[in-house]
Design a protein around this ligand. Sequence first.
Ligand code: NAD
Length: 229
Amino acid sequence: MRSSFVRVLLIGAAGRMGKAISGLANEDPKIDVIARCDLGDPIEPAMRNCDVAIDFSHVDATTEICRAASQDHKPLVIGTTGHSTEQRSTIEKAAQSLPIVFASNFSIGVNVLFWLTHKAVEQLGGNFDVAIVETHHKMKKDAPSGTAKTLAELLKATRKTASEIPIESIRKGDVVGEHTVIFNGPGERLELTHRASSREIFARGALCAAEWIISQPPGLYSMKDVLGL
Ligand code: NAD
């Protein structure tokens, strides 16, 4: 029988997101972070005793996380961004036998931005040029951000085009994360902007995804699925 709380293995625990998730989990009676791993820690033994693993670390950890989770049949929540095509296919392959939530952005607001962007393209049609501007803190390792790449993929799919969407990446100060989708039309311009002011929005979404994924069948899910958007 499953215990009344969700036992979480947190990977990347010493990082900015790891600390934000630990902080929120401490206040949540439904969550118990039973193990914390960071760079150099073995993942396999910690994986064995958890109900779900949450990864906000680095793409270099992806192969080992997927291998350990597959071995013990543990669901995954993957928030790390910047994966290569090969690393993404490792995640896709693992999702054939495991339930995995893989999201470039765990905030509710950004997932509504994805939905609004889709709607805007449908309504504005092909006469509008689109571009994305994203701004993050100077310590962020990947560029463009995972969220900007998701927005670009969504725009390409909705516009039914293979043409790349221009993305401007700005790295400055301690900006948690800002994304703007710009629609430039003849004589008018529409901008959709999301500004994150706290990492708690991603941490809250990741914990919500962890509670949701443990009762799902194998497959690759996004926050759209978790939120029912
Ligand atoms: P960070 O650099 O502050 O923390 C990363 C942590 O992972 C560090 O403690 C580091 O030591 C550890 N780490 C590095 N390599 C590791 C490995 N091989 N195994 C285990 N641990 C390892 O970064 P952060 O701001 O906390 O972000 C972490 C990741 O999450 C980044 O990829 C970032 O882009 C992503 N992120 C995603 C979302 C989202 O909503 N999906 C939101 C914020 C950040």
